[in-house]
Design a protein around this ligand. Structure first.
Ligand SMILES: [Zn+2]
Length: 267
C-alpha cells in the first residue's frame, strides 16, 4: 500500500470537531444500543457448515446496500465515540471475528472503496495459524504482518482472546491469560493496546466481563446479550451471513428505529 491510499473510513466522514467534551458515554439502554454487524470470513470457500463465510461479491453487495440506505460502516471504536458525541446517526459498526486472511485480501479493498471502517478481532496466540478450534473446514488466519497491515490501513484491531476458548466458567488464572495476555501481545505487535474485545463464541459471564474491564479494554462485543448484561462490556451484534436476509431485516429494523435518514431504495 502506498501513502497516497486513503485509510479505511477516512474518506467519507465530513470535517467536524476532532474532539468532544463529554467525559463518558450515556448509559446503554436496550433501545440505545449501538448497531454492530458481525462477520467472520470473507472468502470463496468450498464448504461452510457453520455459515461463517461470506463471498467477496456478496460482501461488496452488502456494503453497497448499506450505502444505498444512507448508512456508513465504521469501527466499533468510532461508533462508540460518535455515540458519545451524539453524531452516530446513520453509522453501523462492522466487525470481523477470528482474523481470517480474507479480511485483508477481500474485505479491505471493498471497505476502502466505500470509505467504510471496521474492526477485526484477532486471536493473539493463533496469528498465522488456522481456526482449528472449529469442528469444520480449516481456514488461514492473518499473521502478525497482516494484522499490522490492517491496522496501518485504519482498521481497528481488537482482541478475540489468546486461544479462542469459551470464557464463561473459566478458572481465574486461565481467564486472566486469555484476556490480559492477549491484550499485552497485541500491544507488543501494534504499538498500542487494543481498545476492544470480542468474546469467543459469545461466551461470557460476570467474571469474564469483569476480567475484560479490569484488563483495560474499553468495550467488548458479545453475540447476544441479556438485558442484565447489556453494556459496554457486552455489546450485542447482528450476525450477517452469505444469505442477505439478515441484512434485509437489519436494515428494516434500522429504518424502523429511525436511525437513518430516508434516502435510497429499500426494496
Ligand atoms: Zn471466533
Amino acid at each position: 500500500m502506498t501513502a497516497a491510499e486513503p485509510r479505511v473510513g477516512q474518506t467519507v466522514e465530513p470535517c467536524g470537531p476532532a474532539s468532544h467534551a463529554s467525559p463518558a458515554p450515556p448509559a446503554l439502554t436496550r433501545r440505545g444500543i449501538p448497531l454492530v454487524l458481525m462477520y467472520h470470513a470473507v472468502a470463496d470457500v468450498d464448504e461452510d457448515p457453520n455459515q461463517l463465510a461470506v463471498t467477496p461479491d456478496r460482501f461488496e453487495a452488502q456494503m453497497r446496500w448499506l450505502r444505498r440506505l444512507g448508512l456508513r460502516g465504521v469501527s466499533v471504536a468510532e461508533l462508540l465515540d460518535a455515540r458519545r458525541a451524539g453524531r452516530h446517526r446513520g453509522l453501523v459498526g462492522i466487525t470481523f471475528d477470528d482474523g481470517y486472511t480474507g479480511v485483508l485480501q477481500y474485505a479491505l479493498p471493498v471497505l476502502r472503496r466505500y470509505g467504510f471502517g471496521a474492526t477485526v478481532f484477532v486471536v493473539s496466540d493463533r496469528l498465522g495459524g488456522t481456526n482449528e478450534w472449529d469442528a469444520g473446514p480449516v481456514w488461514p488466519l492473518l499473521d502478525g504482518a497482516g494484522v499490522r497491515e490492517l491496522a496501518a490501513a485504519g482498521v481497528e484491531v481488537g482482541s478475540h482472546s489468546a486461544n479462542h476458548v469459551r470464557l464463561a466458567g473459566l478458572p481465574p488464572d486461565r481467564l486472566g491469560e486469555e484476556v490480559r495476555a492477549s491484550r499485552d501481545r497485541l500491544r507488543a505487535l501494534l504499538g498500542t493496546a487494543p481498545r476492544g474485545f470480542a468474546y469467543p463464541y459469545g461466551s461470557m459471564d460476570v467474571a469474564a466481563r469483569s476480567a475484560v474491564a479490569d484488563a483495560g479494554y474499553g468495550y467488548a462485543c458479545a453475540v447476544d446479550a441479556s438485558r442484565s448484561s447489556l453494556g459496554l462490556m457486552a455489546l450485542p451484534r447482528m450476525y450477517i451471513g452469505q444469505h442477505d436476509n439478515a441484512l434485509r431485516l437489519f436494515a428494516k429494523r434500522l429504518l424502523y428505529r429511525g436511525h437513518v435518514t430516508r434516502r435510497g431504495n429499500v426494496s
